[in-house]
Ligand binder design. Structure first.
Ligand code: AMP
Ligand code: GLY
Length: 417
């Protein structure tokens, strides 16, 4: 099977790495890709938001499957354009991707499906914002209704900061603060059947100890030794299946990857958010542990045959990924800095630790930074402590001026058993 992956972050590098290891994949293409993906896939320039361009590329490459990685093309209807061209596509329609594209829409679906989530108000005037903030009290949770690349949410005790964030957005969702550890659970669905993957935990804040601003994600690990073994089944029954059923009932079935961001509160599991695609950096650790070849799973979802799929096989190993971000991330990141030491990691640490590229590009013989999150150093081991050691050993070999990474990814979980 020939496969085309749309996107160019560490998530797409992880997807391409897994697809390149799948014996059923005879040719792998990625658009636009990055410097690391170029080592496993043929890159093509494309405007990922242009459905006709993506469908045209897929047709000219004669691929049998298109996988759309990021949310923006999904919300823009790129998967619809590919399917209309008669090519199987992994990724929801623009209508179904509103589950991520509009927080207010997601709340409406959850209410209709009886899915547990934070109580909330949708506000578009200053008065509505004031009463909602008063109703819930601190800590305040203010979310931009639209897509904001993981940066639209402000959680703060500072009323003025909460108001200021709301004032900068057209429409916001203000909601009750959820206390408790967070879990990311991904599920593959064809619009009817739902196959959950293994849970992971993401580290959203920029600095050690969960300090600093929210980011797209600074690291992740899987499995979660501290979590209730029944968690996945419970979330399947109370969150994932009802959501998929509700979207089908509305005539806009969700086919692709449904990502539930969950808080495990003292009153039970609550949905913090839905995303309509694989999460980054959690995908890096989830796919590191998945043993079933990936292309067959994604194609089964795209073709509506998930119920025929054999149960997924998982490695007993643990996986940890640590994001290396550029100077000044998540504010305006500095780019164009050379990255050194990548060969050393491949030579000294592979295959148990490896670098997945995010914002990188080639500049002559050099690989240079080209975005906020630059690399995702991923490692596996017999337990989280071993995987963590390998990831941090590999990170020490990488030289990128002004780079930052968290030093506490999976640290607490590694000592929890
Ligand atoms: P989201 O983009 O909705 O995932 O929000 C980003 C991050 O903000 C989440 O991962 C949480 O850490 C935090 N957050 C969002 N909603 C809430 C909430 N209701 N209570 C507490 N923290 C939240
Ligand atoms: N890891 C957070 C996200 O992918 O949105």
């Amino acid at each position: 099977m020939k496969v085309l992956v749309i996107g160019g972050g560490a998530r797409e590098h992880a997807l391409c790495r897994s697809l390149s290891l799948d014996p059923d994949v005879t040719a792998l293409h990625c658009a636009p890709g990055n410097a690391g993906i170029a080592e496993v896939a043929r890159l093509h320039p494309v405007d990922a938001l242009d459905g006709a361009a993506v469908a045209g590329l897929a047709r000219s490459l004669e691929v049998g499957l298109v996988v759309v990685g990021p949310e923006a093309p999904l919300v823009a209807g790129v998967a619809d354009a590919v399917r209309e061209a008669g090519i199987p596509c992994f990724g929801p329609s623009g209508e179904a991707a509103r589950l991520e594209g509009s927080k207010a829409f997601a709340k409406d679906v959850m209410a209709a499906a009886g899915v547990p989530t934070a109580r909330s108000y949708v506000c578009s005037t200053e008065d509505q914002v004031s009463s909602a903030l008063d109703a819930f009290g601190a800590p305040y949770v203010v979310k931009d209704d639209g897509l904001a690349a993981g940066k639209g949410v402000v959680v703060t005790d500072d009323l003025a900061a909460a108001r200021a964030h709301a004032a900068g957005c057209e429409r916001v969702v203000i909601e009750e603060f959820l206390d408790g550890p967070e879990v990311s659970l991904f599920a593959i669905t064809d619009g009817t059947s739902v196959v959950p993957l293994q849970p992971a935990q993401d580290f959203k804040r920029a600095l050690d100890g969960d300090e600093g601003p929210n980011t797209g994600g600074m690291g992740a690990y899987s499995p979660l030794p501290w979590a209730d073994p029944k968690l996945v089944d419970e979330v399947l029954t109370t969150v994932l299946q009802p959501t998929v059923d509700e979207l089908r009932r509305r005539g806009t079935p969700f086919s692709g990857l449904l990502y539930a961001g969950l808080a495990i509160t003292s009153r039970g599991v609550r949905v913090i958010e839905f995303n309509a695609r694989f999460g980054d950096p959690e995908t890096q650790v989830v796919l590191a542990r998945l043993q079933t070849p990936l292309a067959g799973i994604l194609l089964a979802a795209a073709e509506g045959r998930l119920s025929d799929l054999e149960p997924l096989r998982w490695s007993e190993d643990a996986a940890v990924t640590v994001v290396v971000a550029s100077h000044n991330y998540p504010d305006t990141p500095r780019t164009g800095d050379p990255i050194e030491g990548l060969d050393e990691v491949a030579r000294e640490d592979g295959p148990h630790a490896y670098v997945l590229h995010a914002g990188t590009k080639r500049d002559g013989d050099a690989v240079v930074s080209a975005g906020g999150r630059v690399l995702s150093v991923t490692a596996t081991g017999t337990d989280l402590a071993a995987a963590r050691d390998r990831a941090y050993t590999a990170i020490e070999r990488i030289r990128l001026d002004g780079a930052q990474h968290r030093t506490d990814i999976a640290a607490k979980a590694a000592t929890s058993v």
